[in-house]
Design a protein around this ligand. Structure first.
Ligand code: AMP
Length: 730
């Protein structure tokens, strides 16, 4: 009974493998055409998808209705291609292909496939891995696990060539992607990845493109025709490229014959040397990534025990030669590169390797050497020494690592720019969970949510990395007794499949917060710019002194309206980082309350103010006392003056206001009644801070100032300074 398989969902070809119940060995499931690999190509004929060699030929011939290499578009929400007016995403196309692979394998095996291990390139981002899982689900396949292609290959190789403490470099060049992974065969069947790198846009198709350029030049030279601008001829030549490339893997030169308009049949020859010269830069790109992996692991080329070639493109002789030049040893090529990944996935698909427990018993019973009873293309000559514990194969386990660092968009320590604050480094064993605690400020009058932008990559500038999702933690409760200050713990994790998860909880009551995943806005340019200091003023310490005119003209409604407006201002401020002092001023100045972070004390102080409490005239100004109250304080220093008339000694007041300004104190002046606008401007630190209003507008004038100081509805936020926190279970 076969219910679980391994699927290599490749860019150009896909393959399905299973564990043969009799031999307990991994085997490829041939498709209906008897081939071990199926082209990852779909052709739509009358709206119906067809697959296999027919679809591939149609694609190569440039026929309409074909979709290929769609793995390159995995995880993207936009349409990958439009066929007969119907848009398809890469995920939808992959689902169709997976369903086809499942159905063909079921027909061959005579059983229902319920679940599968599916392979992806090691560098696939979280969104691409999730899209793969969704595509499989849509195809009726439960994903048992997603594993990285090079690890699957190493698994297949390790099964037969287990050597303890060997460092295996898996060089995987497929049709559309390149992966290089350093894997360690440890003790007791533990296979673990040490470091991995990849280029999502480098693969056999790039070699095809070079052949195409060579062919176009040669046909143009041979025939004198303007082939470069003839779309039909170019499509025809395009269809020949892969065949020519493959010929050059077997021979020193390859012929290509085409019928050229106004010329007739023409034949050109490409030599392997020409091909290799025209693709040397592509090889060097793979070499640079190999070097990066070695550097990351702290290894030199000598430390690599074996280089394993995987992926159809490693059949090009230039690859083996390049590896020999770089590592001083011949790579291992006897693992069939088209099949190794699927076979490794099949090994992983067996439940807790139960079949392998059986296999190892069988190996022990059979003696030292087991010959290949599968026709998988894997030669099963065990190189395990008789002294080694063969039963370790029964415990073959795979420990994978994170290909990409995970970070968040955070504010740099000097609050001048946004950075990628790395939470989990690249090449860390997965699954892995890390939690961080953030100080968060809520307000009573707005819905509090915390936005988290998760990044994949280790570049310092956030926008140089992949931003898979924006997470929004909602339902953050305002805790009045704590003046709105709370702690939000955020847990970031990579699961077994390399998929990112984010959870959040409000630490004060340890209740998990609902998290929603949103698409990242198109315009993220703000995160590349220097930070606008206004963004952070709400989190800066704020010291405010309010001075209210209590001269005779304020008697009655003017003073009661002014007090109501001031109380309203107080209620809008966030006292978790604000202190307010209150002065009464007329013939002299009295401190009604010193700077305090006690909201209620401020309100009581304002309510206690009476007209004439410091005299009924306007002889005094409050600036000397304001300066003495504020100048030694940290954070933003601000004074608000409320006057309803003209002061007696204006020049002295203006001079003292300027001294305040010089000491870093900003001043806003609100005037009403017979107040003089010029005087208000003279005592304000900037003209915009002088507000001449009517008595009925006092509340809104104070409200304007409260908002400019970060009050009002824009009060919630977090200071982006994360500290380590304990993780928690799901
Ligand atoms: P994969 O994605 O691993 O299935 O690899 C597919 C790629 O391998 C395609 O670009 C093929 O053109 C390429 N390929 C397969 N066989 C050969 C060969 N004999 N020589 C050169 N490239 C090959």
């Amino acid at each position: 009974m076969v219910v679980s398989v391994g699927i290599d969902l490749g860019t150009t070809f896909s393959a399905v493998a299973y564990i043969d119940p009799q031999s307990k060995l991994p085997k490829i499931v041939p498709n209906r055409e008897g081939n071990k690999i199926t082209p990852s190509v779909i052709q739509f004929v009358n709206g119906q998808p067809i697959f296999g060699a027919e679809a591939e030929s149609a694609f190569n011939a440039g026929e309409p209705g074909c979709a290929a290499t769609f793995k390159r578009g995995m995880g993207k929400t936009e349409t990958y291609c439009v066929i007969d007016g119907k848009p398809f995403t890469a995920e939808e196309l992959s689902a169709l292909l997976l369903r086809h692979l499942k159905e063909e394998a079921e027909a061959e095996l005579g059983d229902t496939i319920k679940e599968a291990v599916i392979t992806v390139p090691a560098y696939f981002y979280s969104t691409e891995r999730e899209a793969t899982v969704r595509a499989a689900t849509a195809a009726g396949i439960k994903v048992k696990k997603i594993i990285d292609e090079p690890n699957a290959a190493a698994m297949a190789y390790g099964l037969n060539n287990w050597r303890e403490n060997a460092n295996i470099l898996v060089y995987d060049l497929g049709g559309g992607t390149f992966d290089v992974t350093l894997t360690r065969m440890g003790c007791n069947g533990n296979l673990s990845t040490i470091a991995t790198r990849g280029d999502r846009l480098l693969g056999g198709r790039d070699w095809d493109n070079r052949i195409e350029l060579l062919l176009l030049d040669k046909f143009a030279e041979e025939t004198g025709a303007d082939i470069h601008s003839d779309a039909a001829t170019k499509t025809m030549i395009r269809g020949m490229t892969e065949g020519v490339k493959k010929q050059l893997s077997a021979m020193q030169s390859a012929n290509a014959t085409a019928s050229i308009p106004d010329f007739g049949s023409a034949t050109v020859v490409i030599t392997r040397t020409e091909f290799e010269e025209s693709t040397a830069d592509l090889l060097d790109r793979t070499g640079a990534l190999c070097q990066a992996v070695l550097t990351e692991a702290g290894f030199s080329a000598r430390d690599v025990t074996d280089v394993l070639l995987v992926g159809g493109s490693t059949r090009m002789p230039q690859i083996s030669q390049y590896i020999f030049r770089m590592f001083g040893k011949k790579p291992i090529t006897h693992v069939n590169p088209d099949e190794a990944v699927a076979l490794g996935a099949a090994i992983q698909s067996t439940k807790e390797n139960e079949s392998y427990a059986a296999l190892s018993m069988q190996v022990m019973n059979d003696g030292k050497k087991v010959t290949d009873r599968s026709d998988s293309g894997l030669s099963l000559h065990l190189s395990v020494k008789p002294s080694q514990k063969l039963s370790s194969l029964g415990l073959l386990t795979l420990r994978e690592t994170t290909a990409h660092a995970m970070g968040i968009i955070a504010v740099s320590a000097d609050t001048t720019k946004y950075i990628n604050d790395i939470i989990i480094p690249a090449n860390h064993p997965r699954p892995v969970r890390v939690a961080k605690a953030f100080a968060f400020y809520t307000s009573a009058n707005c819905v509090d949510e915390m936005e988290i932008y998760v990044l994949q990559g280790d570049k310092e500038n956030p926008l140089d990395n992949i931003i898979p999702y924006k997470y929004v933690a909602s339902g953050i409760r305002h805790i009045k007794e704590q003046k709105g200050k709370t702690t939000i713990k955020v847990q970031y994790s990579y699961d077994n499949n390399g998929i990112i998860h984010v959870q959040a909880r409000q630490e004060d009551d340890r209740i998990d917060l609902p998290i929603r995943k949103e698409f990242v806005p198109d315009d993220m340019s703000k995160y590349a710019l220097p930070i606008d200091p206004a963004e952070f003023q709400r989190l800066e310490l704020l010291n405010v002194v309010m001075a209210v005119d209590v001269s005779g003209s304020m008697s009655g409604a003017p003073l009661s309206d002014a007090k109501a407006a001031m109380c309203n201002f107080i209620r809008q401020m966030d006292f978790s980082h604000t202190q307010v002092g209150v002065l009464a001023v007329s013939d002299s100045t009295a401190i009604v309350t010193k700077l305090t972070d006690n909201e209620n004390a401020c309100i009581r102080a304002i309510q206690s103010i009476t007209c004439g409490q410091t005299g009924y005239g306007n002889d005094a100004h409050p600036f000397a006392i304001i300066k003495s109250m504020l100048e030694s304080k940290e954070g933003r220093l601000f004074s608000i003056i409320l006057a309803d008339g003209v002061w007696s000694y204006q020049d002295a007041a203006v001079a003292a206001a300027k001294q305040c300004n010089a000491a870093g104190i900003e001043t806003a002046a609100i005037g009403f009644g017979s107040a003089d606008e010029k005087f208000l401007k003279d005592i304000s630190s900037e003209d915009a801070n002088a507000l001449l209003v009517s008595q009925s507008q006092l509340t809104s004038a104070f409200g304007t100032i409260a908002q400019s100081l970060g009050g009002g509805t824009a009060r919630s936020g977090y200071d982006n300074t994360a500290s380590d926190a304990d993780t928690w279970d799901d």
